[in-house]
Design a protein around this ligand. Structure first.
Ligand SMILES: *Cc1c(COP(=O)(O)O)cnc(C)c1O
Length: 224
């Protein structure tokens, strides 16, 4: 390690207001990097590939809270269901159903976030606001007793323009309020607004984020 994971981690934590959770994104980094952050007190880590995550999970401390933050194929859910803390990027009713099914098999309830597509890039996954409205309006999720919808997640466009990033985060925050009022007003578990990555987490916390996902700033650049 040619840089100081613990110091970088403390730097990010110092930027976060109380109540904002840090998911340390360790994808593509070796377990030694995770151990260094763990030794510094970090317990919540994010990964985006099932095989990589399952390998790491098998050898690392069992009190780590793993978040699956990437696009998840339905046929991979069964592998992570036994141990995953949260699936952050649910982007279809089909995936939600499969998570429910696998959680039921494991006798557990899996926390999830619904991923919104607000950014301009066409390559990004996620539900449009209208897709998300339909998913909730269908009411099917109410019958899925082994998943708990804990909030919304999104990524802003990968642009320099801070105004645009801010506008996208605020659109997500406004949508969160809409959905909270309409479907989750009496559900204290629905509280997470997960936005903000290395280059924009400071803007995100300004725009009501409760959970940032930061990789590069803590662990350095990824080698793909
Ligand atoms: C990789 C990734 C991150 C972290 O990105 P950094 O720019 O390294 O902080 C956050 N969220 C998601 C969904 C990711 O895939």
């Amino acid at each position: 390690m040619d840089f100081d994971v613990a110091r970088n981690l403390r730097g990010v934590l110092a930027d976060l207001p109380e109540g904002v959770k840090l998911v340390a994104v360790s994808k593509y980094h070796p377990t030694e990097y995770i151990e260094a952050a763990y030794a510094a007190g970090q317990r919540v880590f994010g990964e985006s590939h099932e095989q990589e995550l399952s390998k790491k999970q098998a050898v690392l401390p069992k009190d780590i809270e793993w978040h699956f933050i990437g696009h998840l194929q339905t046929n991979k859910v069964k592998f992570i269901a036994p141990y995953i803390t949260m699936i952050d990027a649910v982007d279809s009713p089909k995936l939600l159903r499969e998570i429910n099914k696998q959680a039921a098999k494991n006798n557990c309830v899996i926390d999830v976030l619904l991923e919104l597509h607000i950014a301009e890039e066409e390559t990004k996954y996620g539900l449009t606001l209208d897709d998300c409205r339909s998913l909730l309006a269908s009411g099917e999720w109410r019958e899925l007793h082994n998943v708990r919808i804990c909030g919304l997640m999104m990524m802003a466009s990968n642009v320099e323009d801070e105004k645009q990033i801010r506008a996208e985060f605020l659109a997500a925050a406004t949508f969160f309020d809409e959905v909270k009022a309409q479907y989750f007003a009496n559900d204290a578990a629905f509280k997470e607004r997960s936005w903000g990555m290395s280059h924009d987490y400071r803007i995100a916390v300004d725009c009501h984020s409760t959970m940032v996902r930061v990789g590069t700033t803590i662990f350095g650049s990824r080698v793909y």
